[in-house]
Write a protein that binds this ligand. Structure first.
Ligand code: SF4
Length: 178
């Protein structure tokens, strides 16, 4: 599937923006990864640090892909304190990601596809980590932050806005392909 086709399909799947991502533009930063240690999901699932690999391993994995796509879902807020609006936009982005990932998996098998989304896993009521392997390795999606990515920087370096103006919120994820 060409990158152009992936972008068209992403927009058909509900994302409000989808643009090509240059993997070589991604700088996996130790400082971003370090912030994961303050998160309650740290060291609790296979998709979070430290289980998702060292920052060097994540960087090497990202750079092994020749192409990618950034996807965004922008929601409208009633005001800057509209928590319900923020949660609703996050829910829509999560649903878009889930359905689109399933769609992509028909064309890209195993490590031909790497999805980097947002937040923790939550796929199982209780993660098997660290005693047993992941139950759904083909559905695993680490977060862009776990890979040390600064979202605003990744967007800027790939010529797509991150901020769409007052009264909006934008969720960002990416897919890498080989
Ligand atoms: S899919 Fe299940 S077992 Fe795998 S990382 Fe997520 S919660 Fe853990």
């Amino acid at each position: 599937m060409t990158t152009e086709n992936i972008i068209s399909s992403a927009l058909e799947h509900g994302f409000t923006a989808a643009v090509p991502l240059k993997p070589e533009s991604i700088d996996c930063k130790t400082q971003v990864r370090d912030m994961c240690e303050a998160c309650k999901a740290y060291n609790t699932t296979w998709i979070c640090p430290p289980a998702c690999g060292s920052i060097e391993q994540c960087s090497e994995r990202v750079l092994s892909y020749p192409r990618g796509v950034i996807v965004q879902t922008t929601g409208q807020l009633e005001d800057e304190l509209d928590g319900e609006g923020m949660m609703e936009a996050g829910r829509v982005h999560g649903e878009n990601l889930k359905v689109f990932y399933k769609f992509l998996r028909d064309s890209f098998k195993g490590d031909e596809l790497l999805a980097l989304c947002a937040g923790g896993c939550g796929r199982c009521a209780k993660c098997t980590y660290p005693d047993e392997p992941c139950r759904f390795p083909d559905e695993q999606t680490s977060s862009m932050e776990a890979y040390g990515m600064l979202i605003a920087e990744v967007c800027k370096d790939n010529n797509v806005p991150y901020y769409y103006g007052k009264g909006t919120i934008t969720y960002v994820s990416c897919y890498l392909f080989r």
